[in-house]
Design a protein around this ligand. Structure first.
Ligand code: ADP
Ligand code: MG
Length: 240
């Protein structure tokens, strides 16, 4: 397993947000997290990226217990790419500079090498002509694609995507989903999404979160098409 969350508990004051959550993700697997707003999807992704600490349980990445207090969070984050629903690019930097910032400044990679790799990625996702543009010249969909490229140039072991299409106008959602679908097989991904059609298309496994636990998980056609748990059925009936 690349990622294993075992009995993870996370509280904010009196509210228990992750309540004994178990989830394992294999290398190259794509796991879609679904569940009602407030079920803990974003919190889980933030815990995996060590943006916030957990109260109990363990999270291992690549066999290493990343919740061990002795671990260096920067080393862990270097192995993980995280993209949020919006505000991902720095507005005062070109797309290319946004993408090469971390590789050159944080990871000490040579600028030329980082630039050529960034340009390769931009070309692959159809954004080669936007390299020297500022983010406000790009559509929301193009910005999100560039943000995903920025996460990918560090060659993360794991890519976490948190509702990356939620802030987009409906006509821009497709291009971002297509890009993510094209990454399948290259990268291990855990993505929180409200797009059930997309989860069905791209995910190897769908995990339904309810009150901070994985209540049900399995192949998309099973969890989305013929769920076992009444709460999964209720959730799907509400949103589809
Ligand atoms: P989801 O992404 O599934 O909608 P979240 O992980 O964002 O769910 O939120 C789960 C619960 O945790 C919500 O009740 C939310 O209000 C609470 N929560 C999230 N972040 C914080 C925080 N920083 N402080 C207090 N409560 C939080
Ligand atoms: Mg969320």
């Amino acid at each position: 397993m690349l990622l294993t969350c075992t009995d993870v508990r996370k509280t904010f004051g009196a509210s228990v947000v992750l309540d004994g959550l178990d989830l394992s993700v294999d290398e190259h697997e794509v796991v879609a997290l679904i569940g009602a707003s407030g079920s803990g999807k974003s919190t889980l992704l933030r815990c995996v990226n060590l943006l916030t600490g957990i109260d109990d349980g363990t999270i291992t990445l690549d066999g290493e217990d990343i919740t061990d207090p002795k671990i260096n969070p920067d080393d862990v984050r270097q192995k993980i790419g995280l993209v949020f629903q919006s505000y991902n690019l720095f507005p005062h930097m070109t797309v290319l500079d946004n993408i090469t910032l971390a590789p050159t400044r944080v990871h000490g990679r040579p600028v030329d090498e980082a630039k050529s790799q960034a340009l390769e990625w931009l070309a692959r996702v159809g954004l080669a002509d936007k390299a020297s543009s500022y983010p406000d010249r790009l559509s929301g969909g193009q910005q999100q694609r560039a943000a995903i490229v920025r996460a990918l140039v560090n060659s993360p072991r794991l890519l976490l995507l948190d509702e990356v299409t939620s802030a987009l106008d409906p006509e821009l959602v497709g291009e971002v989903l297509t890009m993510i679908r094209d990454l399948k097989g290259d990268t291990t991904m855990v993505l929180a999404t409200h797009e059930m059609g997309f989860a069905r298309q791209v995910a190897d496994r769908v995990a339904f979160l309810d009150k901070g636990r994985v209540l049900e998980q399995g192949p998309p056609e099973q969890v989305l098409g013929d769920p076992v748990e009444p709460r999964t059925r209720q959730f799907l009936a509400r949103i589809i």
